[in-house]
Design a protein around this ligand. Structure first.
Ligand code: F6P
Length: 574
């Protein structure tokens, strides 16, 4: 039934024709009706903003500024002119896949992120109402099970906002490490926990294993929320198990571009994140990213700088963030690495490195810094390219998600790749499955010291840790990483396995062959069976580590395996 309510305006500036109906109709939290696409048929989404240059509201979000070496500056300017003359901004908004590739597959049907926040706006009250219902039912915590794009945005938002008094406390499991599972079980009060199972494909092995694990301990379907795409095996399973709290996401959005869809918003709202407040800042950013003038468009401009820097050999995009929102670095990391790292090209995002003196950096870096930070002026003075963006806080996160999504789309165009596929992610998964089945040989790797000795300027060192992601382990890895950076003068990254497989893993295998990989493993002393499978979590984690090692070797990458203690001995030689 078409709604006849008077049009209203959302903070994102779009027309919202039937907010009242949307609030009332499909969102009873006991309703088994999915919120998508059932609600779409009864409540059409606001019309997409058809972009006409003359109609642009010139309410610009600040674009940011930069100190770039002269050759890079002129390459960026030439690129901005080319983007304008080829009408790239208009064509992105018109969802023209030829911006990236001639064929539409995995591209034309991946552009829903441009406007999904407008569709979501009408559904925010229903999700907030669910929070009240859950609280009234006695829930105190939300445990999110999901990998990569199905969990990073909620993690960023909840860590930036912190726990809210009338909301659920956020817990995340994006690991198969049995030590991490054990620690989680020890601190969770399952009797007061609601579990959100989040997977676009509904087939991701980590999420499915975790779901099976918790179902044995918490069988009541009423304690689960499922977020997935329509028609996935996870949707079917939710129906079979009687899980009624089902959010079916618009399917035209890839995992890493899904922050402003149900995948990001449902867990965030349940945990008290101020989404309406964030949407108030998202609107100006999304509108500014419609500006057909790329030099004034904050997303297009950033994308042009990132891509031109990469083409000039400065492909280590090093992001410095204010402490309160530093989790955003992990989200940017997945977005940029998985989107650009393919066909031998790509941009390596470097998050979490502390600012060092100019002497520890090579000439392969582009720095992006939010707000004034100690040490930036020295970097600029030393001739390093620095993009300065305004200081941000938690309420800016939605706007920043959009800025980076648009920038990544533009960078993909410039680099000549499709930023919406991930052609190499499947390889490690396939090899892990074969190892679990016992039909693949153990990969043979060189000595860690030999691999380290191969590092040259322009390379990067990736520490890939199949260890529990806890503060103590993270601190030890951070210390080692900075020691390597300062001694070898190369960009460094840390990824916890298997989490990084859904983030930088694509770039490691599909990007330039400049990575040196240290895979860190310490056998866990605790383990749990994966229900319904012939393997345990420890066996799954070990197979994922070896599967990725085998995939890296198959791509001719330099990779070694070692323990955490060995890593520290290499980082701090006597
Ligand atoms: O949401 P899903 O389908 O479980 O996938 C999780 C993640 O795995 C990937 O598909 C591939 O690593 C990511 O792009 C995605 O965010």
């Amino acid at each position: 039934m078409e709604c006849t309510h008077r049009p209203s305006r959302s903070p994102t500036g779009s027309r919202v024709r039937c907010r009242t109906v949307c609030r009332r109709a499909p969102v009873s939290f006991r309703a088994s009706a999915p919120l998508w696409p059932a609600s779409r048929s009864s409540c059409p989404s606001p019309a997409l903003p058809v972009h006409h240059a003359s109609a642009i509201v010139r309410e610009h979000h600040p674009r940011g500024g930069s100190m770039l070496p002269a050759p890079l500056e002129s390459a960026v300017n030439a690129r901005l002119a080319a983007l304008a003359s080829n009408r790239i901004i208009d064509r992105i908004w018109a969802r023209d896949h030829t911006v990236w590739q001639p064929e539409p597959a995995e591209c034309a049907d991946r552009l829903g992120w441009l406007t999904v926040h407008q569709q979501m706006f009408a559904r925010l009250p229903a999700i907030a109402a669910l929070r009240e219902t859950l609280r009234a039912e006695g829930a105190a915590s939300l445990l999110l099970l999901g990998m990569g794009g199905s969990s990073l945005a909620p993690e960023v938002m909840t860590s930036a906002f912190g726990p809210a008094p009338d909301a659920l406390r956020f817990e995340l499991l994006d690991s198969t490490d049995p030590r991490q599972l054990d620690a989680l079980l020890a601190r969770l009060d399952l009797a007061a926990t609601v579990i959100a199972v989040s997977s676009k494909s509904g087939t991701t092995i980590e999420t499915r294993s975790q779901f099976a694990f918790f179902r044995e301990r918490l069988p009541d379907p009423h304690r689960y929320i499922v977020i997935t795409d329509p028609g996935t095996p996870l949707e079917a399973e939710a129906h079979r198990l009687g899980i009624e709290r089902l959010f079916l996401n618009p399917p035209d959005i890839g995992g890493r571009f899904s922050a402003l869809s149900y995948f990001g918003l449902v867990p965030a709202i349940l945990c008290g994140v101020d989404i309406p407040g964030m949407f108030g800042r998202l609107g100006p950013m999304a509108r500014s990213c419609q500006d057909p003038d790329p030099a004034a468009n904050p997303g297009a401009w950033l994308g042009a700088v990132m891509a031109e820097a990469a083409l000039a050999g400065r492909d280590k995009l090093t992001v410095f963030l204010p402490q309160q929102v530093e989790g955003l670095g992990h989200w940017i990391e997945q977005l940029v690495a998985e989107s650009t790292g393919k066909h031998g090209r790509g941009i390596l995002p470097v998050e979490g490195e502390r600012i060092g003196p100019p002497s520890v950096y090579g000439d392969d870096r582009l720095f992006v810094a939010y707000g004034p930070l100690d040490g930036l002026a020295e970097l600029e003075a030393s001739g390093q390219p620095v993009v300065r963006l305004p200081a941000i806080g938690p309420l800016d996160l939605a706007a920043e998600f959009f800025r980076w999504e648009f920038a990544t789309a533009v960078a993909g165009h410039i680099l000549g790749i499709n930023p919406f596929d991930q052609p190499n992610v499947e390889e490690a998964k396939r090899l892990a499955r074969r190892l679990l089945e016992g039909v693949a040989p153990e990969p043979v790797t060189p000595a860690p010291a030999d691999v380290l000795a191969s590092i040259r300027p322009g390379d990067y060192l990736a520490i890939l840790a199949y260890l529990p992601r806890d503060r103590t382990t993270a601190d030890r890895l951070e210390r080692a990483r900075h020691a390597f950076r300062d001694r070898l003068r190369v960009a460094t990254t840390i990824g916890f396995g298997p989490r990084y497989l859904h983030s930088t893993g694509q770039l490691h295998k599909g990007g330039p062959n400049t990575g040196v990989f240290l895979v860190v493993e310490d056998p866990p002393s605790v383990d749990f069976p994966v229900p319904g499978e012939p393997f345990t979590f420890a066996q799954l984690e070990a197979a994922q580590a070896r599967g990725d090692v085998a995939a890296l070797l198959a791509h001719g990458r330099r990779v070694a395996r070692l323990s955490l203690a060995e890593l520290e001995r290499l980082a701090f030689p006597a």
